[in-house]
Design a binder for this molecule. Structure first.
Ligand code: PDD
Length: 282
């Protein structure tokens, strides 16, 4: 029986229930992380939980867990569910209280929930690439917080689905920010361009790994804003996330990027990523 973690207990799936007054359910008042497992090990898990605690801190939530305790928790869940390759979703909400927008007084205990899912790496898409579409970024101004409020992202992703694309590439005015659930990169004349870390994007863990790989291979990594036009005229485009890894985008809004094939810099980054999976999974 698949187990789900809720507030200290590993429950059978059918018993894993939360209150209708949970502030995550009512207000989206909470945060989350999504972590990848390869061959039964957790990839860049320390970085994920450091970001989790940062998100918690930014919304005034005291989880009462350290990074090491959180790692132990998800490792136990991974083992309980015998997940080798897959993902772990973990979220924390501000807890259960009568519906009132302001924080409950006295503070409620956060509700922490985690579940796992087994799946393989997206080999076919990594090999052949995916399609992207551009759409205006309508989200709030704290996209650096990995908040449960994902309506803007959900609507963007649904727009992509409608136009037979895998990812919606969002832009604020002319400036490309990030995907509905990924970071976005344009590769031009051998250099990688991506939006700088600020409140407009999530500081992706995979983005960090790509930066490490770029340093390893001596590929310039420019954290600068760029326009939709620049993106469409790039030699290569990629998106990155915990589940998508280093994913080539070969068409944007129906037009080929470069020659419409997966490019050399992308292949180099994918090769580097495979090495990091081995060296950064614990
Ligand atoms: N999403 N930007 C957004 C808006 C995201 O939702 C994600 C990841 C990323 C990439 O972050 P990372 O490399 O740390 O996964 C960037 C996860 C996978 C999700 O929502 O399931």
């Amino acid at each position: 029986m698949t187990k789900v973690f809720i507030n200290g207990d590993f429950l059978n799936e059918k018993d894993a229930k939360v209150s209708y007054e949970d502030r995550g359910y009512v207000f989206g008042d909470g945060i989350y992380e999504y972590i990848r497992a390869y061959e039964g090990k957790l990839f860049t898990v320390k970085e994920h939980f450091e970001r989790f605690l940062r998100s918690a801190n930014e919304i005034g939530l005291d989880l009462g867990y350290t990074v090491d305790e959180l790692i132990d928790l998800v490792r136990q869940l991974l083992n309980e569910n015998n997940v080798k390759n897959g993902g772990i979703y973990i979220q924390a909400t501000r807890g259960v209280a009568p519906r009132e927008h302001s924080f409950p007084t006295p503070p409620t205990k956060p509700v922490i929930m985690a579940f796992t899912k087994s799946y393989d790496r997206p080999y076919e898409q990594l090999e052949n690439g995916v399609y992207g579409v551009t759409t205006e970024d309508i989200r709030w101004l704290r996209c650096d917080i990995k908040s449960l409020n994902l309506l803007g992202n959900v609507l963007a992703k649904e727009y992509a689905v409608k136009y037979n694309a895998t990812e919606a590439i969002q832009h604020r005015g002319e400036t490309v920010t990030e995907g509905a659930s990924s970071n976005v990169y344009a590769i031009k004349d051998g250099a990688i361009y991506t939006h700088p870390i600020n409140n407009f994007i999530l500081n992706g863990i995979t983005r960090r790994v790509i930066k490490w790989i770029a340093e390893d291979y001596g590929i310039p990594f420019k954290e600068e804003t760029f326009t939709v036009d620049f993106l469409k005229n790039a030699d290569e485009v990629i998106i990155s996330s915990t589940s998508a890894e280093v994913m080539p985008v070969i068409k944007v809004d129906g037009d080929d990027i470069g020659n419409g094939k997966v490019g050399d810099v992308t292949r180099k980054l994918q090769e580097g990523f495979n090495k990091y999976i081995k060296s950064h999974s614990i």
